[in-house]
Design a binder for this molecule. Structure first.
Ligand code: NDP
Length: 300
């Protein structure tokens, strides 16, 4: 019998977007400002097209301007950098996101570094990563920011809790660890070379899994009552050939042990786009010298 609280990220994200929309309406009324988000897509990867469409749709629904730029899969790095340079200068654009992955002829690090730091709403620019690490005012990557919001609501006071982050990527694992450290957790960052991963996980009051391996974290890796955030998005085969999405956590066994857990889909995923909108609002305010609002999800 399932015991854990299921963390409904989809519903939480909808409430967060509603709160963002209220703040945007306020920004328009008080300062005649409408945040603008530019999304750049290179090539025609089907998953990326869906992500880009959803980002534009949700930005418009929140009351933002949404600008979409498409470059062919054959675009050169110089062409993409030229587009970014234009967007850096464009005053109607407050946030710039380049959809990853990029075609192989383009170096993603060079592209990320070319985005104006204040418009880097993905929070991937090395300067923003550095600011987060040293505790400065940074743009925080959207996925870890969304995970932190859920943890603040579902894991109780974070200070002093043992947190284990599985995965050390620049877009999820490392910034997640930095955020939890900022909240005074005792943080372990585990990865593919970690010895006895299961034992590390069993010590965690908070476990964030971001490895990209379907159902790797089993129920007996989890401390009873722990809060489990599953970032993984993996497609696993089904008999009908369509496949289905699964996280990095084996939900069926984990739900028996955890205190609270995010499902996949419907957990972290929707929070990522909501936090992109939040970052765009924050970026707009900072660019205009207006205090960025402390946006909390609207009441249910
Ligand atoms: P990366 O592939 O960049 O990083 C994976 C990390 O997991 C690496 O640090 C790697 O270790 C570690 N790892 C891989 N295999 C193992 C293993 N067997 N044991 C322990 N550690 C392991 O992935 P991302 O961080 O980009 O993404 C992780 C997952 O999250 C993916 O499923 C992705 O689709 C999903 N994701 C979901 C988002 C959302 O909005 N919900 C947003 C972004 C990602 P090492 O460094 O040693 O190689």
């Amino acid at each position: 019998m399932a015991t854990a609280t299921i963390i409904d990220g989809k519903r939480y994200a909808a409430r967060l977007r509603a709160a963002i929309a209220v703040q945007i309406a306020q920004l328009k009324a008080d300062h005649s400002l409408t945040p603008g988000l530019a999304v750049v897509l290179v090539g025609d990867d089907p998953a990326s097209q869906i992500y880009v469409r959803n980002k534009g749709l949700q930005a418009r629904e929140a009351g933002m301007h949404s600008f979409e730029y498409r470059l062919p899969a054959t675009a050169t790095q110089a062409e993409l950098l030229a587009r970014i340079a234009e967007l850096n200068q464009e005053s109607a654009v407050n946030g710039i996101l380049v959809q990853l992955p990029l075609p192989k002829q383009i170096d993603p690090e060079a592209v990320i570094a070319a985005i104006a730091v204040g418009k880097d709403v993905d929070g991937f620019h090395p300067l923003n990563a550095g600011l987060l690490a040293v505790g400065g005012t940074a743009m925080v990557p959207c996925t870890p920011l969304g995970c932190l919001m859920l943890l603040k609501d579902y894991a109780g006071p974070l200070a002093g809790q043992r947190a284990v982050v599985l995965g050390r990527s620049n877009i999820v694992g490392k910034p997640m660890a930095a955020l939890l450290l900022r909240e005074h957790c005792t943080v372990t960052l585990a990865h593919s070379r970690t010895r006895d991963l299961a034992e590390e996980c069993r010590r965690a009051d908070i476990l964030v899994a971001a490895v990209g391996k379907a159902q790797m974290v089993k129920g007996d890796w989890i401390k009873p009552g722990a809060t489990v955030i599953d970032v993984g998005i993996n497609r696993i085969p089904t008999p009908d050939g369509k496949g289905r999405l699964a996280g990095d956590v084996d939900f069926a066994s984990a739900v028996e042990v955890a205190g609270a857990i995010t499902p996949v889909p419907g957990g972290v995923g929707p929070m990522t786009i909501a936090c992109l909108l939040l970052n765009t609002l924050t970026a707009t305010c900072r660019q205009q010298g207006i205090p960025a609002p402390d946006v909390r999800p609207a009441a249910e």
